[in-house]
Design a protein around this ligand. Structure first.
Ligand SMILES: C[S@@+](CC[C@H](N)C(=O)[O-])C[C@H]1O[C@@H](n2cnc3c(N)ncnc32)[C@H](O)[C@@H]1O
Length: 196
């Protein structure tokens, strides 16, 4: 998977860096708890171009990031100037917890078989009350497009995934149109949850 983003880094960055994610970002940030002794810590998980890591850092959050693609790690570091690690969701670990984890259009590349374990891992790295944002393309099951594997999700499927984790309260679930001008027919399924 990462090799797709390495091979197509220039075009991927050019077509995603300016996408307006303010609606989802505001819904997520409204759920991120404050931290007593400093800015809330937010992890951009599968950070791609670094668009959201930059937006979050500019808002004053303590942002870290990771991605499985070396080209995307370099892009995030260069664009957002935040610590960005080369890491896969499947091996994810960090030495501290976060008030928020932002996984925008990234968990969709994790296989269905691995998803619940990965969501458990992310939940384990949230403080109590911490918020997780995640988004998938609307659909069911696995598919391969242009060499990328996607796990698609309905709102019901995403609710069941989060419920199965057993670590979260009721999700804020919504659908949205792709913001890219040539992709407006694509529908995204989004969720924000808080760890109980
Ligand atoms: C569709 S892009 C989304 C990038 C960014 N979050 C955004 O919204 O523009 C998917 C990102 O997830 C990364 N990725 C794919 N599989 C991954 C995995 N198993 N672990 C971590 N990152 C992964 C890719 O390298 C890519 O940067």
């Amino acid at each position: 998977m990462a090799d797709y983003y390495d091979r197509h880094a220039t075009i991927f960055i050019a077509t995603t860096r300016d996408v307006d994610m303010s609606d989802a970002r505001e819904r997520f940030l409204a759920a991120v708890p404050a931290r007593a002794n400093g800015p809330a810590r937010i992890l951009d998980a599968g950070s791609g171009s670094g668009r959201d890591a930059l937006a979050l850092r500019v808002l004053g959050y303590d942002v870290k990031a990771f991605d499985a693609s070396p080209a995307m790690v370099a892009a995030t570091q260069a664009h957002a100037a935040v610590e960005t690690r080369l890491m896969c969701f499947e091996d994810f670990a960090w030495e501290h917890s976060f008030e928020g984890i932002w996984a925008c259009a990234s968990l969709l590349h994790v296989s269905d078989a691995d998803l619940s374990g990965v969501v458990d891992r992310l939940a384990a790295h949230l403080v109590p009350g911490g918020a997780l944002y995640l988004s998938f393309k609307r659909g069911t099951g696995a598919r391969v497009k242009d060499g990328r594997r996607f796990t698609d999700m309905t709102a019901e499927g995403l609710a069941a995934l989060l419920d199965g984790c057993g670590a979260f309260n009721e999700p804020d679930l919504w659908e949205s149109r792709d913001c890219r001008p040539d992709r407006t027919s694509e529908v995204w399924v989004n969720a924000v949850v808080n760890k109980t």
